[in-house]
Design a protein. Structure first.
Length: 68
């Protein structure tokens, strides 16, 4: 399963790493790619819950605009 998450609030590589680390903690995720220039994260894994993904990103201090 692959999800593309549009994120607001990232402005530097520190932000990218914070989001990547937060998403990497979720059980079932096999790959995380965070793109600063596109303001998005692409995650791959099994049984990915939109609510869990959004919660982890918001807990790291960023806003989720859309998950597809």
């Amino acid at each position: 399963m692959k999800k593309i998450i549009t994120i607001e609030g990232m402005s530097c590589n520190h932000c990218v790493m914070a989001v990547k680390n937060a998403l990497s903690e979720i059980e079932g995720i096999s790959h995380v790619d965070v793109e600063l220039n596109n303001n998005r994260a692409i995650v791959e894994g099994d049984n990915l819950s939109d609510e869990v993904l959004k919660g982890q990103i918001e807990e790291a201090g960023y806003d989720v605009v859309e998950i597809k």
